[in-house]
Write a protein that binds this ligand. Structure first.
Ligand SMILES: Nc1nc2c(c(=O)[nH]1)N[C@H]1C(S)=C(S)[C@@H](COP(=O)(O)OP(=O)(O)OC[C@H]3O[C@@H](n4cnc5c(=O)[nH]c(N)nc54)[C@H](O)[C@@H]3O)O[C@H]1N2
Ligand SMILES: Nc1nc2c(c(=O)[nH]1)N[C@H]1C(S)=C(S)[C@@H](COP(=O)(O)OP(=O)(O)OC[C@H]3O[C@@H](n4cnc5c(=O)[nH]c(N)nc54)[C@H](O)[C@@H]3O)O[C@H]1N2
Ligand code: SF4
Ligand SMILES: [Mo]
Length: 672
């Protein structure tokens, strides 16, 4: 006998797939794709198909009870304790720290383990009420882009509705690799579009290979390319003067730069052939045209400027607010659906604005024994994902730093905890999911009991609030009330049980028009090509046609984008995934390999002032000279040299948002 339950994938992924779980007598549940789901159409990506039927359901791989450290930090030596003991010990430590140093000495860091709304947002209520300091989550991923889109359009989370592609004649995919990061959008959405697809990426990704046109530019040269395209568009006479006059400010200030960036100059700056620049402009000019900017695009030293420059294309050509047009960075689907995310995270519980620390500053700030006394890391694995891995480990070793880590698995980060708390997985509690690209919401349905003594994030922090002696009602709101409240805010005409039966729903039946009313949330209410606000922030008033300096002294610019086999660092511990994806490799061009005296299959070292890491070389003719590729997401503790790429990630900040510029990491390649 078997029955099935519908649920949805809550990972940090554009697709937001539907799942069907088959419950079978005396056998492990089988996690499969939901055939009724419009994005994934019955299939999961390869990594989830493996890991959801692998480590996620393997009690020997999961954390199943609270644990207290017994050995040296980093050694992962723990003893099992009860929840009561764990929570009371944490509460008494926190009270002591708050009484002597104030709540700001408590720091929490969290990010993208699960994006299901309650598990992702609710624990923030606890930290907001407490008045803790926070590591700015987006500073490791996409903060520069958010700042840039805000300056230009006043909003960074209102993109296009992907369904509107039916009205488009062209789509630019700029600095995103859906063949890895949105595999079903790559497989169906892109291939079924009648629009011409132009991919702008330094790598020949599978999405680039399948596109009508691929502009293989040098990394960090995107602003120059944007201006080059604008130059051609202007000379073709396709600037939309009515739109520019009524909806933008500062177009006259940007014109001299556009006039200067002719195709010859642009080609020299970017490495893209003149004909390709003209062809891309021609395809975009045919309009209506859409622009999808990936998150990699802004992980550059000039990432904010790049986003502001690329964002000029829709503004100058009027590709805004009409079917088949627009620009997408992310869609804040739950907010469009009516969910009050600030309330879910308890933003109003915070008496005063707490300290925000960038991931780029985490290691040096944490090492300082006077500033941070307690660290909570939940829903994130910083000792795999964050920069300056060596320094960060040293910071986590500080004996007078009280560290609590909440995860489903024992990770590189839990190894340094004083207290490890086991989190239930998405198969083990009800919650709400969404896609940050497609405009649908989904039910996360409980399929089985939490493994061992594990608990959902939200329940852990309810219990901790109780142990602290807090009585504020919002800290104890239960999941049923939270889910009912979200359903009534969205008001789709059915309740959470109805959503569970359906699996998912689109927040509108027809494509949602974005920016149709042509009002923008900038100070002027218009698209701010020239921005006083930027100037006040110490940034240029207008976007600049600059390119990043090329690496010096034979160094390579190391790109470490999304891997097909891992979701950030999640799944890095699944044995089948480890087997499928093979050893850690770095791809380099034949010229760079020759210069470094490296052959295919050689063991090589990548090093810089921050650290060194050893991998296997792959000579790849599709790589541009001066560029190296190695995918993110491996677990340091499972590597032969006990570190991953973030060992050489220098934590240099982008120009905006104190954000990462990881794709500009420079390394020296040498044989081992
Ligand atoms: N070199 C390099 N580094 C990068 C990037 C890059 O491009 N290159 N990309 C960066 C980006 S874009 C991001 S977003 C970050 C992401 O970095 P992280 O936020 O660290 O993401 P993950 O590595 O997937 O870690 C998430 C952790 O959450 C756990 N988890 C899953 N579900 C739950 C749950 O329900 N509760 C709890 N408590 N834990 C759960 C998982 O087991 C996993 O250990 O990495 C960044 N790091
Ligand atoms: N399978 C899988 N899916 C994922 C993730 C994962 O780890 N694995 N991570 C998730 C997360 S947290 C995020 S933030 C997203 C990220 O997903 P994306 O937005 O797609 O970003 P990345 O994978 O970092 O890089 C995408 C492409 O940008 C290119 N790129 C790098 N530098 C430049 C540049 O200077 N200019 C241009 N034009 N392109 C450049 C890279 O070569 C790469 O092909 O994916 C999500 N989905
Ligand atoms: S990670 Fe992405 S592609 Fe894979 S099942 Fe989840 S939503 Fe789908
Ligand atoms: Mo991310």
């Amino acid at each position: 006998m078997s029955t099935t339950i519908r649920t949805n994938c809550p990972r940090d992924c554009y697709d937001g797939c539907g799942i069907v779980v088959e419950l079978r007598d005396n056998a492990q549940p089988r996690v499969l794709g939901d055939p009724t789901h419009p994005v994934s159409r019955g299939r999961l990506c390869s990594k989830c198909a493996i890991a959801y039927n692998g480590v996620w359901q393997d009690s020997s791989a999961r954390l199943t009870h609270p644990m207290r450290r017994v050995g040296k930090k980093g050694r992962a030596a723990f003893e099992r304790i009860s929840w009561d003991e764990a929570l009371h010990e944490i509460a008494s430590k926190l009270h002591r720290i708050i009484d002597t140093q104030g709540p700001e000495a408590v720091l929490h860091t969290h990010y993208s383990g699960t994006l299901s709304l309650i598990a992702y947002q609710f624990p923030n209520r606890f930290f907001n009420y407490l008045g803790a300091s926070e590591v700015d989550p987006d500073s490791i991923c996409n903060a520069a882009g958010h700042v840039a889109w805000h300056l230009l359009y006043g909003n960074s989370v209102m993109g296009f509705d992907p369904r509107t592609i039916k009205d488009a004649s062209c789509l630019l995919v700029w600095g995103a690799n859906p063949s890895h990061s949105a595999p079903h959008a790559h497989e169906y959405w892109l291939t079924e579009a009648s629009a011409k697809i132009v991919v702008i990426d330094p790598l020949q990704t599978d999405t680039a290979k399948a596109a009508d046109l691929h502009l293989q530019l040098r990394p960090g040269s995107d602003a120059a390319l944007a201006f080059g395209l604008l130059h051609v568009l202007q000379s073709m006479g396709v600037f939309d003067s009515e739109f520019i006059d009524s909806c933008t400010v500062g177009a006259d200030e940007i014109m001299p730069t556009i006039k200067r960036c002719d195709p010859q100059w642009t080609s020299e700056q970017t490495g893209v052939p003149i004909e390709s620049i003209i062809e891309a402009a021609r395809l975009y000019a045919a309009g209506p045209a859409m622009l999808w900017c990936g998150q990699a695009l802004q992980r550059q030293p000039s990432g904010g400027n790049i986003m502001r420059s690329v964002g000029l294309l829709p503004a100058m050509t009027g590709n805004v607010g009409k079917p088949g047009t627009g620009f997408c960075y992310l869609n804040y689907t739950p907010a469009f659906a009516g969910i009050d995310l600030d309330a879910l995270a308890g933003a109003e519980l915070r008496a005063q604005a707490g300290k925000k620390i960038s991931h780029m500053d985490l290691a040096p700030r944490l090492v300082d024994a006077n500033e941070i006394k307690a660290l909570f890391s939940w829903n994130t694995n910083p000792l795999a994902s964050a920069p300056r891995q060596k320094e960060l480990r040293a910071a986590f070793e500080r004996e007078n730093l009280f560290t609590v880590v909440v995860d489903c698995f024992p990770t590189d980060t839990t190894a340094y905890a004083d207290m490890v708390l086991p989190a239930a997985s998405f198969l083990e509690f009800d919650d709400m999911t969404f896609s940050y690209f497609h405009l649908h919401m989904g039910a996360q349905a409980k399929v089985s009991e939490p493994m061992g003594e594990s608990l959902p994030n939200q329940e852990i922090f309810r219990r901790l609030a109780k142990a602290m002696g807090y009585t504020q009602a919002e800290l104890f709101e239960d999941d049923t009330a939270l889910l009912n409240n979200m359903m009534s805010q969205m008001n789709p005409g059915f309740d959470f049980d109805g959503l569970k039966q359906r699996g998912h729903f689109y927040i509108t039946t027809e494509p949602l028009p974005m920016h149709a009313e042509r009002v923008f949330e900038t100070p002027s209410g218009k698209i701010e090509i020239a921005s006083n606000k930027a100037q006040a922030m110490g940034l240029p008033r207008i976007p600049q046609a600059t390119v990043d300096a090329r690496p010096r002294d034979g160094r390579l610019r190391l790109l470490s984008p999304a891997s097909k086999w891992r979701l950030n660092d999640s799944y890095g511990n699944d044995p089948h995934i480890i087997e499928q994806s093979g050893p850690a490799t770095v791809h380099v061009s034949p010229n760079d390999a020759r210069t470094a005296n490296v052959k295919d299959g050689d063991k090589v070292r990548l090093r810089n002032d921050t650290g060194a890491i050893e991998l296997i070389a792959r000579i790849d003719p599709s790589l541009l000279d001066g560029t190296a590729l190695s995918y993110k997401g491996r677990w340091p503790s499972l590597e032969s040299n006990a570190c991953n790429l973030n060992f050489v990630h220098t934590a240099r900040k982008a120009d905006m948002g104190d954000s990462t510029s990881v794709h500009a990491t420079e390394v020296i390649l040498e044989p081992v």
